[in-house]
Design a protein around this ligand. Sequence first.
Ligand code: SF4
Length: 264
Amino acid sequence: MPVSDSVDLDGEAEADTDAERDASGDGLPINELFYSLQGEGTLAGVPSVFVRTSGCNLRCWFCDSYHTSWEPTHAWLPLEEILAEIESHDADHVVLTGGEPLIHEESVELLAALDDRGYHTTVETNGTIHRDAPIDLASISPKLESSTPTPERDPKGEGEWEDRHERDRIDLETLARLVEDYEFQLKFVVTDEDDMPEICDLLADLRAVADVPIRDDDVLLMPEGATRDRLAETRTRVADLAMEYGFRYTPRLHVDLWNDAPET
Ligand code: SF4
């Protein structure tokens, strides 16, 4: 269900979405809603309906959902319409993704409705926002320093988001609450070995404050790259790093299968 070209917004997603929500009532800004295979993480390969909300509180330079962050586009859909579209597909799994889906309060209502209907829900989050919601798997992807949109890497070439992104990308207290409250996987986008000390330091800090164990099996290394060509450069070295450090490797199955096609 392509909905991403219905409305085109410039500027900061949070402010825009708040204004639009006030104007149009309940619902969520939906960038894409489609049926595919989960491409990443412990459920890779599982047929799933993807609900991609628009808007993010971060701006990773390599964001593979550019039209939910740098240039957010969406249509506002009422929850009933979102649920009807999900139920039109023969899937038991729903992936709520973005953008950052937890910036939207209505995500909680959607997750509750999906729970009532017996769906397994995965929420793909950058780990900076916690909400009380029925989430079956919190797929938490903390953003490393290498994600920061420095002026040289900023896709818009403006460098406006560098400070805000750097300030907000890690919130240890929120990360701890997420791993304590939900079944979780910690998924790190890795470019090369330079990312590993930061991952190990963050894990040490998180293990020190969280009241639940974080096993090496809960930590997934995912190669940076939103195209087959880029993945060809990163995946082997990231797989080697997973073996070296004892963490899990996760593929980007959807990129392997469909490259960077939308709604995959
Ligand atoms: S947190 Fe995720 S959605 Fe937001 S900018 Fe980074 S990669 Fe994109």
